[in-house]
Design a protein around this ligand. Structure first.
Ligand code: ADP
Ligand code: ZN
Length: 717
């Protein structure tokens, strides 16, 4: 008989547990989805493998597969092995790894989602006495054979309609595919001497992983494109990974202008259908270049020739729910499998990548000057005592003046509002109570236009109460903190008539909003682009000659060890947005702590100095990349249960050799669940991962009532 071993969603068992079903006479293969009876309902599962046996000898009564959902396996052997590796490394159930790998339409747990069909036409016969134009079209179709009707009509319009009417084609119903679009409007630039040298060094590096450390505007992207071109010409595929969506539009534009329709694009802003179509382009080998965010690293490439990871230090490469993978790890694993080069690019590399390059584990290639040979002039504006001096406490007089001059010259400004400490909140002026989310330990953000409060963790939205929930005073709320909305108002009152384009989560909820707003700014419909972290990185506007950073050092006050690195990156990157074209640029950073090394090094645009300073601190404090840091979080609707079980789990494993346990700490409430964390440090990654597996297994076998979340940070040098 034939048995299928199936992964199902079920938390209380080992990570790679499968359930067995009878699949006699069904066309089931490894890597397909099946619908099976589970408990008292039908569930969708993912087939690990199929096996022929004489007789079933399991403990339970054998049930049969109810339905096979796919015609072909969704995952190839490389991706199967990758899922295994992720499951081990990130201590995550196999099914969640497959879940992370596939676009939502074909995720292992989704029911067969409606695949959208469309009409295709196929060449069948020639026409008698065709016109010249008709003949051209028919000849092209003889070569193409088939094409979607939608695309055909876009290409050939009325001539096409005519030929269809005359019966030259047969119509078929096929799965809807992405239209390949894009014209090659751009040719490769002649590399500068510095780029030429870097290009040769990257190709000659003996290591498979190369870190390209190049300051902002030094021409890294141009290098990526030219390296990619060589690989594509050799018939192999290139993956270009980019951080979050904010900078994708510009990168996508540059890649499609260079490579035309040979490009697939994959990011979270696409609809499920669009994602599926882009995924299929790669699965069918129709494109040679893929540009995408984090999850694009799982595309089913046949033969990768190069992986580029732009802004490799960016936090958006890490997924913050299970499996908590880091895209860089996965990129390195895939690079090893395909024997291809992995190029990590950044102006501010992560400490761990730079440390590896320093030790020659990775190759290190540097680009030390900007293409336009100009550095912006960077000034600190000391904000200490600015309130007392009665000046506007958000924008110092010096910055205000610089903005005015810039706008007078018809040049543009980017104003970055450091998000930390800027959430606009409401506080009761009588008793000091801050309005919190009822489900999370978090102050709610105040949205003035809609007069609502919104939680940034769970998105709960409520109307502003009429009285303080604590002291019942009415009309006692004060508005503190400056969000982008309020900043916009402040700017307009300070500089009447100025055209401000605000870019934040509220103005970019619509599809393609990012792209549209950036385009409007590029067309100089606005003087100032105002936003948070979203606008600090990657943007390339020639006419921007002033960057102002408000509250630049606000992030330094946080308690977690990575805050200094984050602040440095943000400031350094933001500086890189100014003076990228022919005109000289300027940057003004408003800070309270003018002496802090993160601020100083950003001002001097000196990454190396920052690296040495920060590494010394990490070494002394025993933080990554000198130690691996892992955490286990238990959460439950009752605080006592979560605390008690966390302490029990800690007691069970404390004292383990080579692992430093930092105790249980309370993380507060999120979405009505109380969270407690056990933090651990070790020099030995294998031991750490092993321990996490044991903790996971213990948590399941001891029938604990909490839910468990593990995070094995892979940071290490
Ligand atoms: P980075 O990715 O390091 O920030 P870019 O590749 O975006 O740098 O280059 C900065 C600017 O210089 C861009 O506007 C780009 O078009 C231009 N540029 C890059 N390389 C060259 C070159 N070899 N010749 C002329 N212009 C270039
Ligand atoms: Zn909440």
């Amino acid at each position: 008989m034939k048995l299928a071993h199936v992964y199902l969603e079920y938390q209380k068992l080992s990570l790679n547990h499968t359930f067995t079903y009878d699949c006699q006479d069904l066309p089931v293969e490894r890597g397909m989805r099946v619908k099976v009876p589970f408990g008292n309902r039908l569930s969708v599962g993912f087939v690990d493998h199929v096996e022929e046996v004489e007789r079933y000898e399991g403990r339970y009564q054998l049930k049969a597969v109810y339905e096979v959902l796919d015609e072909k396996p969704l995952i190839n052997e490389e991706l199967f092995a990758l899922a295994k590796q992720m499951s081990y490394h990130y201590v995550a159930p196999m099914i969640s790894c497959f879940q992370a790998m596939l676009p939502s339409k074909i995720k292992p747990r989704s029911h067969k989602d409606k695949v959208v069909f469309e009409t295709w036409i196929e060449y069948v016969m020639h026409k008698r006495n065709p016109t010249k134009r008709q003949l051209e079209v028919l000849d092209e179709m003889k070569v193409l054979q088939s094409i979607s009707k939608r695309e055909f009509l876009m290409l050939y319009k009325s001539v096409g309609t005519r030929l269809i009417k005359e019966g030259c084609f047969r119509e078929l119903l096929c799965e809807k595919e992405a239209l390949l679009q894009g014209e090659r409007l751009d040719v490769k630039k002649k590399l500068s001497a510095a780029q030429e040298k870097a290009f040769a060094e990257i190709k000659a590096a003996k290591q498979d992983v190369v870190l390209l450390h190049g300051m902002t505007g030094s021409g890294k992207t141009e290098l990526y494109l030219q390296l990619a071109q060589e690989v594509v010409e050799a018939g192999e595929t290139v993956l270009v990974l980019v951080p979050e969506i904010a900078l994708t539009p510009q990168m996508v534009k540059r890649v499609t202008m260079r490579f035309g329709a040979d490009v697939a694009i994959y990011h979270s802003g696409l609809s499920p259908q669009q994602k599926y179509e882009q995924y299929q382009l790669v699965a069918k080998g129709r494109v040679h270049i893929v540009v995408g965010t984090r999850s694009a690293v799982f595309m089913p490439f046949a033969k990768l020739g190069l992986i580029v990871m732009d802004e490799e230090h960016d936090n958006s490469y890490k997924q913050d729910q299970s499996p908590r993978y880091h895209c860089r790890d996965v990129a390195l694993w895939r690079g090893r499998y395909h024997h291809c080069k992995v190029l990590l690019g950044s102006a501010t590399p992560s400490l761990e990548s730079y440390a590896r390059a320093y030790k020659q584990v990775y190759g290190l290639v540097s680009l030390k000057e900007r293409i336009n040979k100009q550095m912006p002039k960077i000034d600190l504006v000391d904000m200490k005592g600015s309130m007392r001096k009665g000046a506007h406490h958000l924008i110092a007089p010096a910055l205000k003046e610089a903005i005015e001059q810039c706008v007078m010259r018809k040049e543009q400004v980017i104003l970055l509002l450091n998000r930390r400490g800027h959430t606009p909140i409401l506080r009761c002026g009588e008793c000091g109570e801050v309005l919190h989310c009822p489900h999370c330990d978090s102050a709610m953000a105040y949205h003035k236009q809609k007069q609502v409060l919104k939680c940034h963790i769970c998105d709960t939205t409520t109307a502003v109460p009429t009285a303080c929930p604590n002291c019942h005073a009415t009309q006692s709320f004060e508005y503190i903190g400056y969000g982008t909305q309020r900043m916009e108002e402040a700017l307009l009152s300070l500089l009447p008539g100025i055209r401000v384009l605000r870019m934040d989560r509220d103005t970019t909820t619509q599809k393609d909003a990012h792209e549209r707003l950036l385009e409007q700014f590029e067309n100089q419909e606005y003087d100032i682009l105002l936003g948070t972290q979203m606008i600090a990185k990657g943007l390339d506007f020639e006419n921007v000659t002033l960057v102002g950073i408000l509250n630049a050092d606000a992030g330094l006050a946080r308690s977690d060890y990575a805050c200094v690195e984050e602040t440095f990156d943000l400031l350094y990157q933001a500086c890189g947005r100014s003076g990228r074209g022919a005109k000289a640029g300027r940057v003004m950073m408003q800070v309270f702590d003018t002496e802090h090394y993160a601020v100083r090094c950003a001002m001097l645009q000196d990454y190396e100095q920052f690296f040495y300073h920060e590494m010394r601190y990490r070494h002394l404090a025993g933080y990554p990349p000198y130690r691996y840091l892992s955490s286990v979080v238990l959460h439950h609707a009752q605080s006592d249960v979560a605390r008690e079980e966390s302490e029990r789990l800690l007691a069970q494993f404390q004292g383990r050799k080579d692992i430093l346990f930092l105790g249980v700490s309370e993380l507060g409430k999120r979405m009505d669940r109380f969270r407690f964390r056990i933090l651990m440090k070790s020099k030995d990654q294998d031991r750490m991962i092993q321990l996490l597996h044991e903790m996971y297994a213990y948590h399941a076998s001891a029938k604990m009532r909490t839910k468990i979340e593990l995070d094995s940070e892979t940071v290490g040098s």
